[in-house]
Design a protein around this ligand. Structure first.
Ligand SMILES: NC(=[NH2+])NCCC[C@H](N)C(=O)O
Length: 295
């Protein structure tokens, strides 16, 4: 889970800057131009501004997500598509407690001027300053839009993975198991980001609001209305390319890793059980392939 922040970072700075840039005089023409401009003006290190908060947050977020999703699915009882969606949505909602402040710090650091004029020394300094000036409300700026983005998208995330792994017949011993898990995981990442991407644009704009002058938006609806009126529906696809470019490999690796590790652990547990009770059936009690929800 630790590798994600670096991948998230490259996506993050390009998407955030494309999502919030001034449309009257846009600084970037697109994803590639954005990367080129950052490297030229701020060096390669400029791509990794705000890396601290994802590094601190994503490892905990992923552990929380898979733990909550697995336990919620067990609490719901039946492993059905609806319950897969509901368990994923519950995990998505709960992890917002960490995700929202983490992305607030990341967004602020990615948009601040480089050099001595910069407002924040790092992610922690950013959150401390926001807390000192704006209190808990400031730390949770963008929480509603984060909840509206993450709750349905995590439901789609886990439902898509479950449907695809079952449709492809993913089973231990299948010599194409890992490629199938990677395909299912990557596709789940893409569908989950596509499902609520417009709200990601709104969240970024709300979390960046007021950074370069007086705040522009009075809330989610006002932000959507102003953005649509000024730039048309395309505004809600800003930064989508870099987000999807990152979503496939990161989530392919995440889901494949979790499933292979869980399947191995389940196999070890069954081995121990069968040795402890030699006469007992050795048929695994749970599904042959340990779904992430078996955490
Ligand atoms: N906003 C979402 N699409 N959330 C679901 C995918 C989350 C996943 N950890 C990622 O960063 O890609």
């Amino acid at each position: 889970f630790g590798y994600q922040p670096c991948a998230l970072q490259a996506r993050g700075i390009a998407s955030v800057r494309l999502q919030v840039q001034n449309t009257e005089k846009p600084q970037y023409r697109g994803t590639l131009h954005c990367f080129q401009s950052i490297i030229k003006q701020e060096s390669v290190l400029g791509l990794y501004k705000g890396l601290g908060s994802p590094l601190m947050g994503l490892t905990f977020i992923n552990a929380l997500v898979f733990g909550v999703q697995g336990n919620t699915l067990r609490a719901l009882g039946q492993d059905s598509p609806l319950n897969q969606f509901l368990a994923g949505a519950a995990a998505g909602a709960i992890q917002c407690v960490i995700c929202c402040p983490m992305e607030l710090a990341k967004t602020r650091l990615q948009l601040q001027a480089a050099g001595p004029a910069r407002a924040y020394k790092g992610s922690l300094d950013c959150l401390v300053q926001i807390y000192r000036h704006e209190g808990l409300r400031g730390i949770n700026r963008g929480m509603v839009s984060t909840l509206l983005r993450e709750t349905p998208s995590f439901g789609v995330y886990f439902l898509t993975y479950d449907v695809l792994t079952r449709a492809m017949g993913c089973e231990p011993g299948d010599r194409l198991l890992v490629p199938k898990l990677l395909l299912a995981g990557g596709t789940s990442g893409i569908t989950s980001w596509l499902s609520t991407y417009p709200m990601d644009v709104v969240k970024s704009r709300l979390q960046a609001d007021g950074l370069q002058g007086t705040p522009r938006y009075r809330g989610i609806v006002d932000c959507m209305r102003q953005s649509y009126q000024a730039e048309g529906w395309q505004v809600f696809t800003r930064g989508l390319a870099s987000t999807l470019l990152r979503a496939f490999p990161v989530n392919a690796a995440t889901f494949a890793t979790v499933t292979v590790v869980l399947t191995y652990i389940r196999g070890e547990e069954d081995q121990v059980d069968s040795e402890a009770a030699p006469g007992a059936s050795t048929t695994p009690a749970g599904p042959a392939l340990a779904q992430p929800s078996s955490l």
